[in-house]
Design a binder for this molecule. Structure first.
Ligand code: PRE
Length: 356
Protein backbone atom coordinates (compact mmCIF):
# COMPACT_ATOMS: atom_id res chain seq x y z
CA UNK A 1 0.00 0.00 0.00
CA UNK A 2 1.23 3.49 -0.71
CA UNK A 3 0.99 6.47 1.65
CA UNK A 4 -2.35 7.63 0.24
CA UNK A 5 -3.92 4.18 0.72
CA UNK A 6 -2.60 3.91 4.26
CA UNK A 7 -3.96 7.36 5.10
CA UNK A 8 -7.35 6.43 3.70
CA UNK A 9 -7.48 3.52 6.16
CA UNK A 10 -6.44 5.82 9.01
CA UNK A 11 -9.14 8.32 8.04
CA UNK A 12 -11.80 5.63 8.04
CA UNK A 13 -10.72 4.39 11.47
CA UNK A 14 -10.60 7.94 12.84
CA UNK A 15 -14.19 8.41 11.71
CA UNK A 16 -15.19 5.29 13.60
CA UNK A 17 -13.25 6.37 16.68
CA UNK A 18 -14.92 9.76 16.64
CA UNK A 19 -18.34 8.20 16.40
CA UNK A 20 -17.57 5.81 19.27
CA UNK A 21 -16.13 8.57 21.43
CA UNK A 22 -19.22 10.68 20.89
CA UNK A 23 -21.40 7.71 21.82
CA UNK A 24 -19.31 7.22 24.98
CA UNK A 25 -19.83 10.89 25.83
CA UNK A 26 -23.61 10.48 25.56
CA UNK A 27 -23.46 7.93 28.41
CA UNK A 28 -21.04 10.12 30.35
CA UNK A 29 -23.52 12.99 30.09
CA UNK A 30 -26.21 10.72 31.59
CA UNK A 31 -23.81 9.70 34.40
CA UNK A 32 -23.30 13.43 35.05
CA UNK A 33 -27.06 13.92 35.43
CA UNK A 34 -27.33 10.97 37.85
CA UNK A 35 -24.47 12.45 39.88
CA UNK A 36 -26.01 15.90 39.96
CA UNK A 37 -29.23 14.39 41.29
CA UNK A 38 -27.57 12.47 44.09
CA UNK A 39 -24.80 15.03 44.70
CA UNK A 40 -21.96 12.49 44.33
CA UNK A 41 -18.38 13.26 43.23
CA UNK A 42 -17.61 13.67 39.53
CA UNK A 43 -13.98 12.56 39.81
CA UNK A 44 -13.84 8.86 40.62
CA UNK A 45 -10.18 7.78 40.52
CA UNK A 46 -10.99 4.22 41.64
CA UNK A 47 -13.38 3.78 38.67
CA UNK A 48 -10.79 5.22 36.27
CA UNK A 49 -8.17 2.80 37.60
CA UNK A 50 -10.60 -0.12 37.19
CA UNK A 51 -11.27 0.82 33.54
CA UNK A 52 -7.56 1.15 32.71
CA UNK A 53 -6.72 -2.13 34.42
CA UNK A 54 -9.48 -3.95 32.60
CA UNK A 55 -8.38 -2.58 29.21
CA UNK A 56 -4.70 -3.37 29.86
CA UNK A 57 -5.61 -6.95 30.78
CA UNK A 58 -7.69 -7.59 27.68
CA UNK A 59 -5.35 -5.69 25.34
CA UNK A 60 -3.77 -7.80 22.59
CA UNK A 61 -2.54 -5.11 20.25
CA UNK A 62 0.41 -2.76 19.86
CA UNK A 63 -0.56 -0.33 22.60
CA UNK A 64 1.56 -0.46 25.76
CA UNK A 65 -0.16 -0.10 29.18
CA UNK A 66 1.41 3.38 29.42
CA UNK A 67 -0.12 4.36 26.07
CA UNK A 68 -3.55 3.05 27.11
CA UNK A 69 -3.33 5.00 30.36
CA UNK A 70 -2.26 8.22 28.60
CA UNK A 71 -5.10 8.01 26.05
CA UNK A 72 -7.72 7.20 28.69
CA UNK A 73 -6.57 9.90 31.10
CA UNK A 74 -7.32 12.39 28.33
CA UNK A 75 -10.73 10.79 27.65
CA UNK A 76 -11.61 10.87 31.38
CA UNK A 77 -10.60 14.52 31.58
CA UNK A 78 -12.92 15.38 28.68
CA UNK A 79 -15.68 13.29 30.32
CA UNK A 80 -15.35 15.06 33.66
CA UNK A 81 -15.47 18.43 31.96
CA UNK A 82 -18.62 17.40 30.17
CA UNK A 83 -20.22 16.26 33.44
CA UNK A 84 -19.24 19.44 35.26
CA UNK A 85 -16.37 21.81 34.37
CA UNK A 86 -14.21 22.16 37.48
CA UNK A 87 -11.14 24.28 38.14
CA UNK A 88 -7.75 22.73 38.95
CA UNK A 89 -5.24 24.78 40.97
CA UNK A 90 -1.56 23.86 40.98
CA UNK A 91 1.81 25.15 42.10
CA UNK A 92 2.80 27.27 39.10
CA UNK A 93 4.06 28.80 36.97
CA UNK A 94 2.55 27.36 33.82
CA UNK A 95 4.90 24.71 32.49
CA UNK A 96 6.08 23.66 35.96
CA UNK A 97 6.38 20.02 36.93
CA UNK A 98 3.21 20.40 39.06
CA UNK A 99 1.46 21.60 35.88
CA UNK A 100 2.72 18.48 34.10
CA UNK A 101 1.40 16.28 36.95
CA UNK A 102 -1.93 18.15 36.80
CA UNK A 103 -2.23 17.64 33.05
CA UNK A 104 -1.43 13.94 33.38
CA UNK A 105 -4.58 13.60 35.54
CA UNK A 106 -6.87 16.34 34.27
CA UNK A 107 -5.89 16.46 30.60
CA UNK A 108 -5.31 19.37 28.29
CA UNK A 109 -8.95 20.49 28.37
CA UNK A 110 -9.39 21.43 32.04
CA UNK A 111 -9.54 24.91 33.57
CA UNK A 112 -6.21 25.48 35.30
CA UNK A 113 -5.21 28.00 37.91
CA UNK A 114 -1.42 28.37 38.35
CA UNK A 115 -0.57 29.75 41.82
CA UNK A 116 2.65 31.06 43.29
CA UNK A 117 2.82 29.00 46.50
CA UNK A 118 1.72 25.68 47.96
CA UNK A 119 -0.30 27.48 50.64
CA UNK A 120 -2.26 29.44 48.02
CA UNK A 121 -3.37 26.13 46.45
CA UNK A 122 -4.81 25.09 49.84
CA UNK A 123 -6.38 28.54 50.30
CA UNK A 124 -8.27 28.54 46.98
CA UNK A 125 -9.62 25.06 47.76
CA UNK A 126 -10.77 26.24 51.19
CA UNK A 127 -12.48 29.26 49.57
CA UNK A 128 -14.10 26.98 46.96
CA UNK A 129 -12.42 28.91 44.14
CA UNK A 130 -11.17 25.59 42.71
CA UNK A 131 -12.37 22.01 43.04
CA UNK A 132 -8.97 20.30 42.81
CA UNK A 133 -5.43 21.17 43.87
CA UNK A 134 -2.12 19.56 42.86
CA UNK A 135 0.90 19.90 45.13
CA UNK A 136 4.21 18.03 45.47
CA UNK A 137 4.58 16.04 48.69
CA UNK A 138 7.97 14.32 48.35
CA UNK A 139 10.86 13.78 46.01
CA UNK A 140 13.08 10.71 46.07
CA UNK A 141 16.26 12.80 46.13
CA UNK A 142 15.19 15.89 48.14
CA UNK A 143 12.77 14.22 50.62
CA UNK A 144 9.48 15.58 52.00
CA UNK A 145 8.02 18.95 50.99
CA UNK A 146 7.58 20.68 54.37
CA UNK A 147 5.16 23.36 53.13
CA UNK A 148 2.70 20.69 51.94
CA UNK A 149 2.87 18.78 55.24
CA UNK A 150 2.25 22.00 57.21
CA UNK A 151 -0.74 22.91 55.02
CA UNK A 152 -2.25 19.43 55.37
CA UNK A 153 -2.28 20.09 59.11
CA UNK A 154 -3.61 23.64 58.82
CA UNK A 155 -6.31 23.28 56.13
CA UNK A 156 -9.23 20.89 55.64
CA UNK A 157 -8.59 19.70 52.07
CA UNK A 158 -8.65 15.94 51.58
CA UNK A 159 -6.22 13.84 49.58
CA UNK A 160 -8.33 12.18 46.86
CA UNK A 161 -5.53 10.74 44.72
CA UNK A 162 -1.77 10.63 44.27
CA UNK A 163 0.52 10.57 41.24
CA UNK A 164 4.17 9.64 40.99
CA UNK A 165 5.91 11.48 38.21
CA UNK A 166 9.37 11.05 36.76
CA UNK A 167 11.07 14.40 36.66
CA UNK A 168 12.85 14.61 33.33
CA UNK A 169 14.56 17.63 31.82
CA UNK A 170 14.49 18.41 28.11
CA UNK A 171 16.94 20.40 26.01
CA UNK A 172 14.89 22.73 23.83
CA UNK A 173 16.02 25.30 21.32
CA UNK A 174 15.16 26.92 18.00
CA UNK A 175 18.81 26.65 16.93
CA UNK A 176 19.42 23.82 14.43
CA UNK A 177 23.10 23.25 15.09
CA UNK A 178 24.20 23.05 18.74
CA UNK A 179 27.46 24.80 17.75
CA UNK A 180 25.40 27.99 17.39
CA UNK A 181 23.98 27.96 20.93
CA UNK A 182 25.46 30.92 22.81
CA UNK A 183 23.36 30.93 26.00
CA UNK A 184 21.49 28.33 28.06
CA UNK A 185 18.61 29.36 30.31
CA UNK A 186 17.48 27.22 33.22
CA UNK A 187 16.71 27.11 36.91
CA UNK A 188 20.08 26.41 38.62
CA UNK A 189 18.76 23.03 39.81
CA UNK A 190 17.88 22.02 36.24
CA UNK A 191 21.32 23.11 35.03
CA UNK A 192 23.17 21.30 37.83
CA UNK A 193 21.24 18.09 37.29
CA UNK A 194 22.35 17.89 33.64
CA UNK A 195 26.11 18.42 33.97
CA UNK A 196 27.13 15.25 32.08
CA UNK A 197 24.94 16.10 29.11
CA UNK A 198 26.33 19.64 28.96
CA UNK A 199 29.92 18.44 29.13
CA UNK A 200 29.34 15.90 26.37
CA UNK A 201 27.55 18.26 23.97
CA UNK A 202 29.19 21.63 24.43
CA UNK A 203 32.78 22.12 23.52
CA UNK A 204 32.34 25.85 22.92
CA UNK A 205 31.89 28.43 25.69
CA UNK A 206 28.23 28.82 26.53
CA UNK A 207 26.89 31.33 28.99
CA UNK A 208 24.52 29.99 31.65
CA UNK A 209 21.67 32.33 32.58
CA UNK A 210 19.77 31.33 35.75
CA UNK A 211 15.98 31.76 35.77
CA UNK A 212 13.34 31.54 38.54
CA UNK A 213 11.80 28.40 37.05
CA UNK A 214 12.52 26.02 34.19
CA UNK A 215 9.32 27.33 32.64
CA UNK A 216 10.68 30.90 32.62
CA UNK A 217 13.79 29.42 30.96
CA UNK A 218 11.70 28.17 28.03
CA UNK A 219 9.98 31.56 27.67
CA UNK A 220 13.27 33.48 27.73
CA UNK A 221 14.89 31.13 25.22
CA UNK A 222 11.96 31.55 22.83
CA UNK A 223 12.67 35.30 22.82
CA UNK A 224 16.43 34.80 22.32
CA UNK A 225 17.12 33.01 18.98
CA UNK A 226 20.72 31.94 19.73
CA UNK A 227 19.89 30.31 23.03
CA UNK A 228 18.51 27.05 24.49
CA UNK A 229 16.59 26.05 27.60
CA UNK A 230 16.74 23.17 30.02
CA UNK A 231 13.10 22.71 30.99
CA UNK A 232 10.17 20.31 31.32
CA UNK A 233 8.67 19.03 28.08
CA UNK A 234 5.39 20.75 28.97
CA UNK A 235 7.21 24.12 29.20
CA UNK A 236 8.85 23.53 25.81
CA UNK A 237 5.43 22.70 24.37
CA UNK A 238 3.85 25.75 25.99
CA UNK A 239 6.35 28.12 24.35
CA UNK A 240 6.60 26.14 21.08
CA UNK A 241 10.27 25.49 21.59
CA UNK A 242 11.50 22.42 19.65
CA UNK A 243 12.86 19.65 21.91
CA UNK A 244 16.21 18.31 20.68
CA UNK A 245 17.02 15.93 23.56
CA UNK A 246 14.85 14.41 26.27
CA UNK A 247 15.77 12.94 29.66
CA UNK A 248 19.09 14.75 29.78
CA UNK A 249 19.50 14.62 33.59
CA UNK A 250 22.41 12.71 35.16
CA UNK A 251 20.15 10.75 37.52
CA UNK A 252 17.31 9.16 35.59
CA UNK A 253 15.57 7.93 38.75
CA UNK A 254 14.41 11.40 39.86
CA UNK A 255 10.76 11.07 40.94
CA UNK A 256 8.24 13.29 42.70
CA UNK A 257 5.02 12.24 44.40
CA UNK A 258 2.13 14.67 43.92
CA UNK A 259 -1.13 14.82 45.86
CA UNK A 260 -4.48 15.61 44.30
CA UNK A 261 -6.59 17.48 46.84
CA UNK A 262 -10.32 18.11 46.94
CA UNK A 263 -13.29 18.01 49.31
CA UNK A 264 -14.88 14.56 49.07
CA UNK A 265 -14.43 11.05 50.46
CA UNK A 266 -13.56 8.36 47.89
CA UNK A 267 -15.40 5.09 47.90
CA UNK A 268 -13.49 1.96 48.86
CA UNK A 269 -11.50 0.09 46.20
CA UNK A 270 -9.13 -2.85 46.16
CA UNK A 271 -5.94 -0.78 46.24
CA UNK A 272 -6.51 1.92 48.85
CA UNK A 273 -4.06 3.84 50.90
CA UNK A 274 -4.92 6.15 53.81
CA UNK A 275 -2.99 9.17 55.10
CA UNK A 276 -3.36 10.48 58.63
CA UNK A 277 -1.66 13.01 60.85
CA UNK A 278 -1.09 11.83 64.42
CA UNK A 279 -0.07 13.80 67.46
CA UNK A 280 0.90 11.12 69.97
CA UNK A 281 0.58 11.51 73.74
CA UNK A 282 3.56 13.14 75.41
CA UNK A 283 4.85 10.03 77.22
CA UNK A 284 7.49 7.38 76.54
CA UNK A 285 6.51 4.67 74.12
CA UNK A 286 3.33 6.33 72.85
CA UNK A 287 4.52 6.43 69.22
CA UNK A 288 5.80 2.85 69.39
CA UNK A 289 2.47 1.71 70.90
CA UNK A 290 0.55 3.52 68.21
CA UNK A 291 2.60 1.96 65.39
CA UNK A 292 2.35 -1.44 67.07
CA UNK A 293 -1.45 -1.20 67.02
CA UNK A 294 -1.31 -1.24 63.19
CA UNK A 295 0.77 -4.40 63.19
CA UNK A 296 -1.66 -5.99 65.65
CA UNK A 297 -4.49 -5.72 63.13
CA UNK A 298 -2.29 -6.65 60.14
CA UNK A 299 -2.16 -3.22 58.51
CA UNK A 300 0.90 -2.40 56.43
CA UNK A 301 2.42 1.03 57.19
CA UNK A 302 3.97 2.50 54.04
CA UNK A 303 5.41 5.77 55.32
CA UNK A 304 6.06 7.80 58.44
CA UNK A 305 7.37 11.34 58.40
CA UNK A 306 7.81 13.56 61.44
CA UNK A 307 7.32 17.32 61.44
CA UNK A 308 7.84 19.78 64.29
CA UNK A 309 4.73 21.31 65.91
CA UNK A 310 5.64 24.93 65.34
CA UNK A 311 3.60 26.27 68.24
CA UNK A 312 5.30 23.91 70.73
CA UNK A 313 9.07 23.65 71.06
CA UNK A 314 10.52 20.28 70.06
CA UNK A 315 7.23 18.41 69.90
CA UNK A 316 6.45 16.47 66.74
CA UNK A 317 3.50 15.30 64.79
CA UNK A 318 3.64 12.34 62.45
CA UNK A 319 2.37 11.93 58.92
CA UNK A 320 1.54 8.29 58.44
CA UNK A 321 0.45 6.38 55.32
CA UNK A 322 -0.90 2.85 55.47
CA UNK A 323 -2.68 0.36 53.21
CA UNK A 324 -6.47 0.33 53.44
CA UNK A 325 -9.47 2.67 53.58
CA UNK A 326 -10.79 4.64 56.55
CA UNK A 327 -14.11 2.80 56.14
CA UNK A 328 -12.45 -0.62 56.72
CA UNK A 329 -13.97 -1.80 60.00
CA UNK A 330 -10.71 -2.64 61.79
CA UNK A 331 -9.05 0.63 60.74
CA UNK A 332 -12.07 2.63 61.86
CA UNK A 333 -12.02 0.89 65.26
CA UNK A 334 -8.27 1.52 65.66
CA UNK A 335 -8.58 5.23 64.87
CA UNK A 336 -11.75 5.74 66.95
CA UNK A 337 -10.23 4.07 70.02
CA UNK A 338 -6.76 5.63 69.79
CA UNK A 339 -5.76 7.84 72.74
CA UNK A 340 -3.85 10.08 70.27
CA UNK A 341 -5.05 13.13 68.36
CA UNK A 342 -5.62 11.97 64.79
CA UNK A 343 -6.59 13.90 61.68
CA UNK A 344 -7.72 11.83 58.70
CA UNK A 345 -6.22 13.32 55.53
CA UNK A 346 -7.81 11.04 52.94
CA UNK A 347 -8.21 7.50 51.61
CA UNK A 348 -7.40 7.08 47.93
CA UNK A 349 -6.27 4.67 45.25
CA UNK A 350 -2.58 3.95 45.69
CA UNK A 351 -0.58 5.43 42.78
CA UNK A 352 2.08 3.36 41.10
CA UNK A 353 5.63 4.57 41.13
CA UNK A 354 6.83 5.23 37.57
CA UNK A 355 3.23 5.22 36.36
CA UNK A 356 3.21 8.50 34.45
C1 PRE B 1 -16.03 8.40 33.94
C2 PRE B 1 -15.66 9.83 34.08
C3 PRE B 1 -15.19 10.38 35.25
C4 PRE B 1 -14.91 9.58 36.45
O1 PRE B 1 -13.75 10.03 37.10
C5 PRE B 1 -14.87 8.13 36.16
C6 PRE B 1 -15.36 7.60 34.99
C7 PRE B 1 -15.63 7.86 32.52
O2 PRE B 1 -15.38 8.66 31.64
O3 PRE B 1 -15.62 6.63 32.38
C8 PRE B 1 -17.54 8.26 34.02
C9 PRE B 1 -18.06 8.58 35.38
O4 PRE B 1 -18.26 9.73 35.73
C10 PRE B 1 -18.27 7.49 36.35
O5 PRE B 1 -18.21 6.31 35.99
O6 PRE B 1 -18.52 7.80 37.54
Amino acid sequence: MNLDDLRKHINALDNELLELLNKRMEYVEEVGKVKQNDGSAIYRPEREKEIIQRLCTQNQGQLTPEAIEAIYMEIFAVSRNLELPEKVAYLGPEGSYSHQAAESRFGAMSYYLPLSSIESVFKVLENKEAKFGIVPIENNTDGAVGATLDCLKKYNSLIVSEAYMDIHHSFATEVDDLKDVKRIYSHPQGYNQCKNFLEEHFLQDVEFIPTRSTSAAARRSKEDPSSAAICSHIAAKLYSLPIHFEKIEDNLANQTRFLILSDFKNQKSEHDKTSILAQTEDKPGSLVDFLQSFQDIGINLTKIESRPVKEKKFESIFFIDFKGHIEDEKIKTLIDNSPNKIKWLGSYVSGEKNEI
